[in-house]
Ligand binder design. Structure first.
Ligand code: ADP
Ligand code: MG
Length: 682
């Protein structure tokens, strides 16, 4: 017997080369291998006679080899092997390309099971490169449901399959962590069956059942982890804030708060006065005014004698926050400072010292604020702006720091309500579902290339009126993918051929931090008319004078992402526009893009996105701030996710948060999942 923690190299046929290929798939141990789940299956169970084979319908059949395979060398790199097979119903010609050695195994007069797809027409049929094996052998490539694995260069499906099967023979699969009553109540396959069934299902139904079980398990673990985090934070004590008077803050605001902002701030004030650490998510569409909510929270923390930290996803955004918040809070006697990586060593040292000596109250920076050697004298509140880069891994790391500051996360990525419950089980949620008054919705149009001249004229018109434009491209350099507008070349084209008299700037993610900031600062200061950019501008720039956003190859982006991009305009008083350019003819894609033209409600768009693409896309995205799910990201249905969540909540309610022997395995898995998600963030 082997152990799950043994390296894959103990397997027969896995040497250093194979091990390296497996490592490229993050597979080092037998457990990793057993948890490398198929991304799909091929149903190869259908057996027919040759005469029953139909074009384009793959099937298995048993046949005798009627002649010696003949291989002709066509040219360098191309060998063709031909062989005829027959059963009592018909004969069939088989053709193999570059499989001389494989086909040499076919013995004249012997019987084999083949699996393949018939091609051709009444002029003549044949079959190209079928799989085959002896009828006496254990079925590997025929007569079965064949798992299809995610692969990497050099590693074939067959070698993954063999390795997984060997691993399952050598050791027991991971232990059951779901409580027996949960298995029973939700009709869930036990772990001992599921791991075998997912890799070697007898039927497609069995494969489905195994997949469902493993998705259920993963979400049960995740959800239980969040519930435990929430419960354990709720037991922590922290001084309840006594001074909850926001009047001075309100009177220094240049505008009246929206009802939604007001509500969120009151919810936050209640949290802060409770005596346990706050754990709140503020979800609000772009432009809904989350910064003011954050400012109010910071104000309260500081009025009660503590420091607050505001973390932004980019330095540019940190600087913008610094500019607007120091303008707002300095008159109220609050010292605000900015701490970013691009400052000089000396500047950073001075600021750190001021933070450590409690001379500054509000510190604004990037996430590095927490990980770097910044020591706070008395950190009472941590605010993370743009939550989707601040995932559960960081959330749990923060609680683990032992300081237990209040936590406020701000998300501009509307997560469908159905998923939000699941994903933020450890957080209270405030929703800003109202835009500040006078904000006109951004008019959005979907057009094809034939509108190019009109689009150019429209850009010119906006600029002539003193406004600025964004042009977003899906790629940075040409050649990344055919026909995609690369930001770099497109900026050059616009400058030289289309708008020689306008000031065109370029911004993309591959530029150095300082360079990016410089470009952004120039655009914000109206030293450029048109900013050609990649999605780096998706989060975190605020240029109210920008009134037009043109998105090239819009079909390449997800709906939520397009909505996010669109949020960069319409931030000032002037009427704003968004033009989506797409040459895509796919009716589904166009329906998707048209939906975006019709609505500006980020939550509705997110629901639509979820319905169209499934939850997998939300989990698959590296920036979602979610853990890296193994099965759940493949292709899962919301119903299973919801059941798993309900089950875990029930279970935690019953078990409590005590560290009992029964909950050990579960806790272990939770730690694993959160750990795994931490490394992939940022
Ligand atoms: P978000 O971060 O939610 O996308 P911001 O906080 O950046 O939105 O606010 C967008 C713009 O709206 C900012 O220019 C801000 O000053 C302004 N703003 C915020 N709240 C209000 C309000 N209640 N009334 C008018 N303008 C507001
Ligand atoms: Mg914001």
């Amino acid at each position: 017997m082997a152990r799950l923690t043994d390296p894959v190299t103990i397997l027969k046929g896995v040497g250093p080369t194979k091990a390296k290929q497996f490592a490229a798939l993050n597979i080092d141990t037998l457990e990793d291998l057993i948890c490398h789940f198929p991304r799909g299956y091929e149903d190869r169970t259908r057996m027919v006679e040759i005469a029953q084979l139909e074009v384009d319908k793959p099937a298995c059949f048993k046949a005798v080899v009627m002649n010696h395979p003949r291989t002709s060398h066509i040219r360098k790199g191309l060998d063709i092997t031909r062989v005829q097979v027959a059963d009592h119903s018909a004969r069939l010609n088989l053709v193999f390309f570059n499989q001389k050695f494989t086909t040499e195994q076919l013995q004249y007069g012997s019987e084999y099971i083949f699996y393949g797809t018939l091609t051709g027409d009444y002029m003549g049929y044949n079959m190209v490169s079928p799989s085959f094996e002896s009828p006496e052998s254990t079925p590997i490539t025929t007569r079965r449901v064949l798992p299809i694995y995610p692969l990497t260069a050099g590693l074939s499906n067959a070698s993954v399959l063999k390795a997984v099967q060997q691993a399952l023979m050598l050791c027991d699969p991971p232990a059951e962590i779901l409580p027996p009553e949960v298995l029973e109540k939700y009709d869930i396959l036990p772990a001992s069956d599921a791991y075998y069934a997912i890799h070697a299902p007898k039927t497609m139904e069995e494969a489905e059942k195994a997949r469902k079980r493993l998705i259920f398990e993963e979400f049960f673990v995740f959800s239980a982890g969040l519930a435990l985090m929430r419960a354990s934070r709720a037991q922590k004590k922290t001084p309840a804030y006594e001074n909850l008077n926001l009047q001075p803050f309100y009177s220094s605001l240049p505008f009246t708060l929206t009802g939604a902002q007001d509500r969120a701030i009151r919810e936050i004030a209640a949290d802060l006065g409770r005596g346990t650490p706050m754990n709140r998510l503020v979800q609000g569409d772009v432009g809904s005014g989350k910064t003011m909510v954050a400012a109010a929270a910071a104000y309260l923390a500081i009025q009660n004698g503590h420091q607050a930290a505001l973390m932004a996803p980019t330095e540019i955004l940190a600087e913008q926050h610094y500019a607007s918040l120091s303008k707002l809070l300095t008159p109220l006697g609050i010292s605000v400072c900015l701490l970013t990586g691009s400052m000089t060593v000396k500047q950073k040292r001075e600021i750190r010292q001021a933070i450590e000596e409690n001379q500054v109250k509000l510190v604004i920076g990037t996430h590095a604020l927490l990980s770097e050697s910044t020591v706070f004298a008395d950190l009472g509140l941590v605010i993370a702006d743009e939550q989707h880069r601040f995932g559960v891994g960081q959330r749990s790391a923060l609680s683990a720091k032992g300081q237990d500051p209040h936590l406020l996360v701000m998300s501009a990525t509307p997560i469908p309500r159905t998923l939000a419950l699941l994903l933020y089980g450890d957080l209270e949620v405030s929703i800003l579902d109202e835009l500040p008054p006078g904000r006109e919705p951004v008019d959005t149009f979907l057009v094809t290339e034939s509108y190019r001249a009109r689009i150019n004229a429209f850009i010119r018109k906006q600029v002539a009126e003193g406004h600025q434009c964004y042009v977003v491209c899906p790629a940075v350099e040409d050649g990344e993918e055919l026909n995609l507008k690369a930001a770099e070349t497109w900026a050059e084209t616009l400058q030289q051929r289309v708008f020689p008299d306008l000031r065109i700037a370029l911004l993309h993610g591959q530029m150095k931090g300082a360079q990016k900031e410089q470009v952004m600062a120039q655009f914000a200061a109206h030293q450029a008319d048109v900013l050609v950019a990649t999605t780096v501008i998706e989060v975190g720039v605020d240029v109210p004078n920008a009134t037009l956003m043109v998105i090239e190859d819009a079909d390449r982006f997800g709906l939520s992402q397009l909505h996010q991009l669109r949020g960069r305009v319409g931030r000032g008083g002037a009427k704003s526009f968004c033009i989506l350019i797409s040459q895509n003819k796919n009716p589904d894609t166009n329906a998707r893009l048209k939906a975006l033209c019709k609505t500006t409600d980020g939550f509705k768009i997110a629901e639509e996105d979820l319905a169209l693409r499934g939850p997998g896309d939300f989990f698959g995205s590296r920036q979602s701030g979610l853990p890296v799910f193994r099965v759940a990201s493949l292709n899962c249905d919301l119903a299973t996710l919801k059941l798993a969540q309900a089950a875990s909540v029930e279970w935690i309610e019953k078990m409590g948060t005590a560290d009992t022997p029964e909950s050990q395995a579960l806790r272990h898995r939770i730690a694993d999942l959160f750990q795994r998600s931490q490394g992939t963030m940022n």
